[in-house]
Design a protein around this ligand. Structure first.
Ligand code: KIV
Ligand code: ZN
Length: 527
């Protein structure tokens, strides 16, 4: 970077860590194809760097970093490591086909981390960090160094660490507020202090990585940017460890909407923010809260009469962002069975979905079913159909053909299911349970016999009204290790106007995902 480059540069690099820190959210496990799909969407949206995983952590992570490196050419691809030679070598191997590879290594800098986690001294930790950067430099030019828990570190130790790792060749220095402890003023001052006190800081880009434990992640990230950081580490929908990371859509839209304050730009095509938010939510099984800024279902809804009146007179009275600028769909556009294939195809294109013939046909058949029951189908129904029929990145081993339930206040909830197996054979079985969903899950278990524990179950209405499509999201936990992970969690979702049928679809989705993950692991083990 040029002399004085830290604050002279007027573009903020967007470093997306949805696939690494985001995937650390409990139960957000994604398979390699799902990660690749998200990486493609991130590339298309214009993020600068994708942190694709932590290669040494599991074979699945290694393969994800490897595949993303091979296929995504428009972004820098980054792999996380600890500060030791083995981690760095494994990351270098996973990244070797990337057009622009980056190794992200580092170590704690707060006394709490040095004393209790690393059980070492400040001096020793600094030496290990420098050695890690030098080792990473043997494999790639672009090395990013994270100073874990910088938010609680002593600046008089942080400054020399940064000076030393930059002198060793770090091109980016990451200042994480790992525990989400700082306030915006404090975090901004920390970044300003680095700009003013680290003598060689002009040779590196300052990156900020903030967690949301006090709900301040976005505010802290922006304070960092305001004070000289030129890379922001974010995740789609703000998912991540504990309360999450700063959210990509909030940081990007704050920089864009308040250009008068920041005087900065990002390379992100903001019209892709809403679609990618929905994609990540579908694939991780983590719903977007309705009042979530920028991408929540209510982010542009005006319910009070006074507000509605104002917006109708002049949109800007109560809207600081045009919903179209973030790609939020207009749910007022509705279709019916009479819209036909042509109408549906046209709407799909408008919503940014490119479907091949086979996918389109599946969507069309489901669309007709929903239109038959509900009469009208709006954007939210279409999104639920797409999630069930198109955004499925694993091979379906068992297919649910039929569910039949009998229940009521004086009957024993009983379910019969018919399932098609891997070789086309039909299985039929029945069981009873404490309620209809329990009965269905037991009947499915009798056929598939995949040991697991149901750890989360939720139902949401996709749209308003008594005839709404219900969307069920569940998480199941495998009873044994899969793909190097102790007891991985798999999410599943399903939608239908009948919520028991939606529950059965969600369970089948999660089970098929578990079976596919195990099969993929076995395939790799045998290579
Ligand atoms: O929060 C954190 O400190 C991290 C580092 C590994 C970058 O995620
Ligand atoms: Zn983090």
């Amino acid at each position: 970077m040029d002399e004085g480059g830290v604050s002279a540069q007027n573009t903020v690099m967007i470093f997306d860590t949805t696939l690494r820190d985001g995937e650390q959210s409990p139960g957000a496990a994604l398979n390699v194809d799902e990660k690749l799909e998200i990486a493609r969407a991130l590339e298309e949206m214009g993020v600068d760097i994708i942190e694709a995983g932590f290669p040494i952590s599991s074979p699945g992570d290694f393969r994800a970093v490897q595949r993303i490196s091979q296929e995504i050419r428009g972004c820098t691809i980054c792999g996380l490591t600890r500060a030791n030679p083995k981690d760095i070598e494994v990351a270098a191997e996973a990244l070797k086909d990337a057009a622009r590879p980056r190794i992200h290594t580092g170590l704690g800098v707060s006394d709490i981390h040095i004393q209790y986690k690393l059980r070492t001294t400040r001096e020793e930790a600094l030496e290990r960090g420098v050695a890690a950067v030098k080792h990473a430099k043997k494999f790639v030019e672009d090395v990013q160094y994270y100073t874990e828990d910088a938010g609680r570190a002593d600046p008089d130790y942080l400054y020399p660490v940064l000076e030393a790792v930059i002198a060793a060749g770090a091109t980016v220095v990451n200042i994480p507020d790992t525990t989400g402890y700082t306030t915006p003023d404090e975090f901004g001052a920390l970044i300003r202090g680095i700009v003013e006190n680290v003598s060689n800081i002009h040779k590196a880009t300052i990156s900020v990585h903030c967690h949301n434990d006090l709900g301040l992640a976005t505010a802290n990230t922006l304070a960092g940017v305001f004070n000289g950081a030129r890379q922001a580490e974010v995740t789609v929908n703000g998912i991540g460890e504990r309360a999450g990371n700063s959210s990509l859509e909030e940081v990007v839209m704050a920089i864009k909407t308040r250009r008068d304050i920041f005087g900065l730009d990002t390379g992100v095509n903001t019209r892709r923010l809403y679609p990618i938010s929905r994609l990540v939510s579908q694939l991780t099984g983590i719903p977007v809260q309705p009042n979530k800024a920028i991408v929540g279902a209510n982010a542009f809804a005006h319910s009070s009469g006074i507000h509605q009146d104002g917006v109708l007179k002049e949109r800007t009275t109560y809207e600081i962002i045009n919903p179209r600028d973030v790609g939020a769909p207009d749910s007022a556009i509705i279709l019916s069975a009479r819209s036909g294939r042509h109408g549906l195809r046209h709407r799909m294109v408008e919503l940014g979905y490119t479907l091949d013939e086979e996918q389109f046909e599946k969507v069309y058949q489901r669309f007709l079913e929903v239109a038959d029951k509900k009469k009208t189908v709006d954007t939210r129904d279409l999104e639920a159909i797409i999630a069930d029929e198109v955004q499925v990145f694993f091979e379906e081993t068992y297919h649910l053909e039929q569910v039949q339930i009998s229940c009521g206040n004086r009957s024993i909830p009983t379910a019969t299911v018919r399932i098609r197996g891997p070789n086309g054979e039909l299985f039929c079985d029945a069981d009873h349970g404490t309620g209809p969903v329990d009965a269905v899950y037991r009947a499915i278990n009798r056929i598939i016999g995949e040991q697991n524990e149901l750890i989360e179950f939720s139902v949401q209405a996709v749209t308003e009204g008594i005839d709404a499509v219900g969307r069920v999201t569940i998480r199941i936990q495998a009873n044994e290790p899969v793909n190097g992970v102790e007891r991985p969690v798999f999410s599943g979702h399903g939608s239908d106007t009948d919520i028991v049928v939606a529950s059965a679809k969600a369970y089948m989705f999660a089970l098929n995902r578990l079976i596919a993950a195990r099969r993929e692991a076995e395939k790799w083990m045998s290579k």
